[in-house]
Design a protein around this ligand. Structure first.
Ligand code: ZN
Length: 343
């Protein structure tokens, strides 16, 4: 029976001594709490573990690995590579989902170094990593002939070859403590683990790229939906003619302004529509005015061309020359006043 199960008590009791101050969830039987926590994602559990030392101790105990394992299965989107050997699930969650620098704990979305399995701010990166020079590689003091590339993880040459200074220290101490036969075995197993680690790092980078690709697609879809929604609303208000691509696009700066307002990467809300509607209608009003000027100009040109066609060829040539001279005079006048012809 649930009432007989051991209960989990996190946080401090309330001032009146009645139960925990954290949450009524914490007064539930352990099995129930575990089942609820197993529905969360690794990032959620990570944040939860940082809310109190009691929760942290509970979630980081080996007995609760089930919660972490389940949490990775709850992730949506592209499949995250499985937790690799050498890292526990909480460590892997910390690498993938934490936004802290792993050394100074400054909060920022620092980029994960998948090969070195760390997330550092720029200062800590400088402090903890060393450049790897293939021509002059670091050496183990106890056995300078050993190829350290078989003992420590080194970032690939294409990404700026580097290693963790602490990794070199750990490898040196471990290697030093072994007898010659065990050293050989250690080198073989370490090299094998590093090959797997490089493959895992590559898969993680591909996972990040895929997330970015899908996020970009989602952003584009959001933008398209917004543009269409605005278009539909303006059309319903009687702006169909001005919204046609061959009407709007020739008005370069107006079209650019329209696209900047309509083509944002955000959903169109009713409040957002109230804000953008007057701005867009002002632009379309100007498009309508310019279109009417252009159409009047075209009609006038057509009328004059029709009149020319009624004349004899000699009269047409004379009229064309007059037209040409008056157009030259017109352009000279425009250059002086700095105005540009309407079309
Ligand atoms: Zn840092």
């Amino acid at each position: 029976m649930a009432a007989q199960l051991p209960q989990l008590v996190f946080g401090l009791p309330n001032s009146d001594g009645t139960g925990s101050s954290s949450s009524s969830l914490l007064n539930c039987p352990v099995d129930c709490v575990v089942e609820v926590l197993a529905l969360l994602t690794p990032g959620d559990i990570l944040h939860l573990a940082r809310t109190s030392k009691h929760l942290r101790a509970f979630l980081l105990s080996k007995r609760q690995r089930y919660i972490w394992k389940e949490s990775f299965l709850n992730l949506e989107g592209p499949r995250l590579p499985a937790c690799p050997p050498g890292l526990s699930e909480p460590q892997y969650a910390n690498l993938v989902f934490s936004c802290h620098c792993h050394s100074c704990f400054k909060v920022h979305n620092y980029v994960v170094d998948w090969d070195l399995r760390v997330r550092y701010c720029s200062k800590c990166k400088r402090d903890h990593t060393r450049k790897f020079n293939k021509e002059n590689p670091p050496k183990l003091s106890c056995d300078p002939g050993v190829d350290v590339q078989k003992l420590i993880s080194i970032r690939p040459p294409t990404m700026g070859p580097a290693f963790l200074y602490t990794d070199l220290g750990v490898a040196t101490r471990t290697y030093e403590a072994l007898d010659p036969e065990a050293r050989l075995k250690y080198l073989v197993s370490s090299n094998r683990a590093l090959v797997d680690r490089r493959i895992h790092a590559r898969e993680c980078r591909a996972w990040v790229d895929e997330i970015a690709r899908q996020a970009a697609l989602a952003r584009e879809a959001l933008k398209s939906e917004r543009v269409q929604a605005i278009h539909d609303r303006l059309e319903a208000l009687g702006w169909s003619e001005e919204l046609r691509a061959n009407t709007l696009c020739p008005h370069g700066s107006l079209a650019t302004q329209y696209n900047a307002i309509a083509g944002k990467y955000e959903a169109l809300t009713d409040l957002g529509w109230v804000v953008v509607k007057p701005r867009l209608e002002a632009l379309l009003t100007e498009v309508r005015r310019l279109e009417s000027v252009r159409k009047a100009s075209l009609a006038e040109s057509a009328r004059r061309a029709a009149e020319l066609l009624k004349l004899s060829p000699r009269e047409q040539r004379a009229a064309a020359q007059r037209e040409h001279r008056s157009w030259i005079e017109y352009l000279k006048g425009q250059r002086k006043t700095g105005k540009t012809p309407p079309y």
